[in-house]
Design a protein around this ligand. Sequence first.
Ligand code: FAD
Length: 575
Amino acid sequence: MLPRLLYKGFSHYLANQSTELEKMSESKRILIVGGVAGGASAAARARRLSEDAEIIVFERGEHISFANCGLPYHIGQVIPKRESLLIQTPEAMARRFRIDVRTRCEVMSVDPGAHTATVRGADGAESVEPYDKLVLSPGAAPVCPPIPGADLPGVRTLRNIDDMDAIKRIVDRDAPERALVVGGGYIGLEMAEALRLRGLDVTLVELAEQVFVAADAEMAAPVHRQLVEHGVDLRLKTSVTAIEPSGERLKVALSSEESVECGLVIMAVGVRPEADLARDAGLEIGQTGGIAVDEQMRTSDPDIFAVGDAVEVTEFVGGGSALIPLAGPANRQGRIAADNIFDRPSVYRHTQGTAICKLFDLAIGMTGMSEKALSRAGMNFEKIYIHAASHAGYYPGAAPINLKLLFDPESGRVLGAQAVGSDGVDKRIDVLAVAVRAGLSVQQLQDLELSYAPPFGSAKDPVNYAGFVASNVLAGDVKLCHTPDMLAPGDNQLLLDVRTDGEVAAGTIAGSVHIPLDDLRDRLGELPSDKELLVFCAAGLRGYLACRILSQNDLACRNLTGGYKTFKDATDAQP
Ligand code: FAD
């Protein structure tokens, strides 16, 4: 008994000692630069891990923890109340988390050797703040291209509440007839929608041949149609060359030699990481211009962490260095940095670029690598397209989803996915985001048991269905062809349209012969046995069935994945 009691007493003593030691090690002074997504997450997590730490957040602007992602929706009056975007106030952060939030305070420089940051306060006075640990979450600033007139008062960028207020003021007060949005990324697209909702005529100018450039061009084609259907004057492959005042308005000169008169210009041509503070402090900067960090979000200085839009990340699928400015990664990284500050081993496992954008009645979403990115990285891939219904076709409201799946032709691993449609895009992209993250193969997509009742999906969900189609390819049940094959078939190839007479009458691919699927078995003799048949239908299913008939009758064939619908999108998207 005695030894046991002694042991108990000793372990109690040890426990007390280690609690004291922990307390000592946790009494840290933590400075955080930037009080929005990454910074606020790091601050709140730090407090949850330590009641003793002194946590100070410096925010250059007036607001902390506001909903950047909601800014366009307040301008468009979808979110009527401005306060809805102000998720936290410094007072609330102080009350709930005992965090010292100092707004209108800019961190001007960091001295890693001295463990100090120099801060300019709201009154302009500078102070030197010591730290044990520093977290940089300064975000990314809108790029302002060096165009004459880009600094005129009617030319605005959108990053924070002040920017939103300024844009809204122009719309409310001046009621301009037309706005010109420069850039077709998600901020440009969301602003085009917001301004249309406010009744303005909108011109959207995009330098590339497509909007939402992270996705592949043929997937953006429905977005282009959506913009035009909603009255947006879309100018692709066009840039702004100069802006000048024209009476009360602005005259915007375009690379097409045309000019547009408008009352407001929104510059949304991208963002660049705010890495100057880190660079000036001698911290390592990555090849993309973002702050270099390790998997624990630690910079080249062991006591300085960096998170959010300002950091360079590793792209999850291909492993390349990338800048992927998104809210989810920033929030998770803030939490991970705080974990590691308090010696909780926590690792950021790269960014896969899962993103979605709403445009009027349409959503476009993506995860993992695009075809463009895979090609750039020299990675081997195959792709399939499906056109499925968002839920059972017999239940009201079903809408088509156009889904593209990219996968490794050897292992079947899912490398990326993109989807566009008016219903259910978010759900499919999120399931496929999990598939990419978990390293699932297309064969495993077939096995996913997803929720189903007619209002929500189909017994074969589009994700399962994409798995079936891709698995058929890997099993060698069917060979695929793509739009370029149809546009330039070889002498030894023949295009075969297996759709109905009515569908063909509405348009087909030049040079194709037509045999409807249901007549195919009876008319096999009409087909040349010395040519490869490039078969197509509307969406790919009947083409697949035709290929099964043809190949079992010893006729060489390939099926156009995604069918005529994808062909149309791909040719629409061509420069
Ligand atoms: P930020 O949230 O930008 O915060 C950085 C803060 O640091 C800024 O407030 C800045 O003032 C402050 N700061 C910088 N330097 C200093 C300094 N030296 N001293 C003190 N303070 C400093 N992402 C999505 O995933 N989905 C969306 O739908 C989406 N929509 C968006 C819509 C808009 C209009 C915008 C602007 C962004 C959107 N984003 C979206 C991107 C998302 O908001 C960012 O990825 C995220 O906010 C990044 O968090 P962060 O902490 O790195 O930077």
